[in-house]
Unconditional design. Sequence first.
Lengths: 129, 491
Amino acid sequence: MITGLFNNWIVIVLMMSGLYIVIAHGNLIKKLIGLSLFQTSVFILYISMAKVEGGTAPILAENIKELSNPLPHVLILTAIVVGISTTALGLALVIRIKEAYGSIEEEDIQILDNLPQSKTQKKIMDGEQ
Amino acid sequence: MLHLPILQVVIPLMAAPLCLLLKRPQLVWLFALFVSTVAFIISLLLLQQVSTTGVISYELGGWQAPWGIEYRIDQLNALLLIIISATSTVVLIAAQTSIEKEIPKNKHTLFYILYLLSLTGMLGIVSTGDAFNVFVFLEISSLSAYSLIALGKKRQALWASFQYLIMGTIGATFILIGIGLMYQMTGTLNMEDLSQRLPQVAQTKTVFTAFTFIIVGICLKLALFPLHLWLPNAYAYAPSIVTAFFAATATKVAIYLLIRFTFTVFGLSFSFTTLPLQGLFLVLGLMGIIVASSAAIYQKNIKHLFAYSSIAQVGFIIIGLSTNSVMGLTATLLHLFNHAIMKGAIFLALGAVVYQIGNSQLVNFSGLGRKMPLTMAAIVIGGLSLIGVPLTAGFISKWYLLTALIENNWWPVAILILLGSLLTVIYVWRIVEVIYFKEPLAENTSVTEAPILFLISIWTLIIANFYFGIDTRFSVQLTQSAAQSLFGLSP
């Protein structure tokens, strides 16, 4: 049971740790790491489902009868590109957030966002620069 | 004519990088407007073709359907394509004027590129008949949406964009997991093919899991209560044009996906009988209406106010779905259409206010009824349409929704919906009171009416609002036959 579905267990462990990091950590970089981990687990899910027992790489040649399914690999190449773009955009946003707020901790950002309503008007002006 | 379904998606996609070649922002704007108009004309031609010859199936590169990628246009797709391309075109008319004050000059070209990519993504989601293709287009539209929102003037825009990125990516990845599990069980990604093969394996845990992942993922994207947390800030801090475009289209596309997956791919009996989707949607929809409308009442920023109102309207749309009847689905589709018209108009009008006075705080609206009469009248008419006053488009969809609920004998729900509309009256009245019955602030005494391009785009939508509130032949006929074909009845 456990050995047969080894890949699936890995997928679940990775997926849950990724999701947990996204939810539990306040640091934006850590959040992005969690998000990447979460996406990676899905890549493994797709790739493992493509494996046909005893199958080889899908090459048309003699003596090759059983083939693994190549389609999920192709799909996941696309998903990897999407994942990279998401991470890149996320990191770019973190840089801008660091410039604008001076912090990449969720708590600090929320405090800074709530300040202007209650405290001085000057804070808003600084924020809008 | 043969290649219309693919041209619908490819033209804006190809046009996006071409913008870089045109150096002057004014030219880029005209080019984007032209491309969007072409997309609109194509969507009209597609609708005409669908209503004369039936469902259009287009095979990409000549590969036959379950193996190759198929683009499939039926009445539902055609309706959505029209909503997206029409609002995009109308919004673009005002775009150049609005971004002059909200986005730095050197980013204008990039703004239009992102806008066209986002449009491509939405048109692609709707056109395609392939489940994995949906994910790819979803990410194209979302990634450009995150960047567009981050263009907002205040620093909160960055934070809102980041939050949306996290939530949106989790949602999209959930959809990806669901599609993978479905592929594992059936070996196909084509939606039509899936709908035929899924029933044979419907009683397995894998299919249940796939369904759950897909529904939760889509609900994150469409901001169904309680998964709506990303929406208010994203709408409030994005540049006004972006808000107008997304408020009218982004959630609509997600609702289209929800309808497509529950009705076509998984099938009615699976979604509504095997699984308790009906009760779930009903409860979440009602809570969304009540909670979001109440939250809207207390907002100080009008963009925030209407963002919450959008979440409430999603509630109305979802309740239409949960009735599981042709009438209810018709109401849902009608409200998709009508809500796009009214929210587009309202957010464009807010954009005009931001253009003139720099922000959208409720206090600043005092006395603007005399300073910007046409813009303010548009906000009020849009608000009346949200409430569902007769002669406006909003009345038609509310009427159909109530009829559907009464058909089902769901009287308590009908009463709660009316209560929700009452909450709408409260927040719309708050705005009316400030606009017409207060003196203008000292710094706003020299404010004048919005620029002409703004007024053209706002009033195009407002007139459409009246038109579809009085002459309902086009909208009702189209949505009704789309609903009937989703239920498997011949139109």
